[in-house]
Design a protein around this ligand. Structure first.
Ligand SMILES: Cc1cc2nc3c(=O)[nH]c(=O)nc-3n(C[C@H](O)[C@H](O)[C@H](O)COP(=O)(O)O)c2cc1C
Length: 178
């Protein structure tokens, strides 16, 4: 499936320190709900304890550290978040860290776990709130995706691709062919 997002799931470890992991197997489930395919990770243990998390959208600037949090586990790498250089504050709406180096962050709460086993499960989670820095808003006050320099994951060659320019208007351009 293309394009796949590069999502950074933020949770707290059992000792209260923040953790982050990369998830590309995720997407929209319903208008206010998202889905993520979760394996068995430190993050999975954190979600089992708490059920709340943040979801940051990775960018060109955060790409190297976003990959890093996808290849090391907090289970055996306690310095994980320190090495990213990311800043964080406590979310006001969910029990999870907000990584402030990202332009857009969802605050989420798990609604359902599907096909739960020792190997993981599919999360369906509600988007409680969306945080966007002012500099990434367009003139109409809504998030401006073009300003964010978001990246997507290419599962064919394991690449990170930059999201490009807007090329059209949905539910409109097609009318030309009516
Ligand atoms: C590009 C990329 C995409 C990934 N997508 C997922 C995913 O969708 N689901 C998942 O369970 N793990 C995914 N992973 C693996 C986790 O991010 C990885 O196992 C991580 O080390 C878990 O960290 P933790 O144990 O500290 O929670 C992905 C890794 C990378 C590099």
């Amino acid at each position: 499936m293309l394009p796949q997002p590069v999502l950074i799931i933020g949770t707290y470890n059992s000792d209260g320190t923040p953790n982050a992991m990369n998830a590309a197997w995720g997407g929209q489930w319903d208008s206010k709900e998202i889905v993520i395919s979760m394996g068995a990770h430190a993050t999975t243990d954190n979600l089992n304890r708490c059920g709340e998390f943040t979801l940051a959208f990775a960018t060109q600037k955060t790409m190297v550290a976003a990959d890093f949090v996808g290849i090391v586990s907090a289970k055996n790498y306690p310095e994980k978040i320190k090495n990213t250089g990311w800043n964080y504050v406590a979310s006001e709406n969910v029990n999870a860290p907000v990584f402030t180096d990202f332009p857009m962050i969802f605050e989420c709460r798990i609604l359902r776990k599907i096909d739960e086993s020792e190997e993981g499960y599919y999360i369906v989670a509600e988007i409680i709130n969306i945080l966007v820095n002012d500099e990434y808003l367009s003139d109409d006050g809504k998030p401006d995706v073009e300003k964010m320099e978001l990246i997507t994951y290419d599962p064919i060659h394991h690449g990170y691709m930059s999201l490009g320019k807007r090329v059209g208007t949905a539910f409109f351009d097609g009318k030309k062919l009516k």
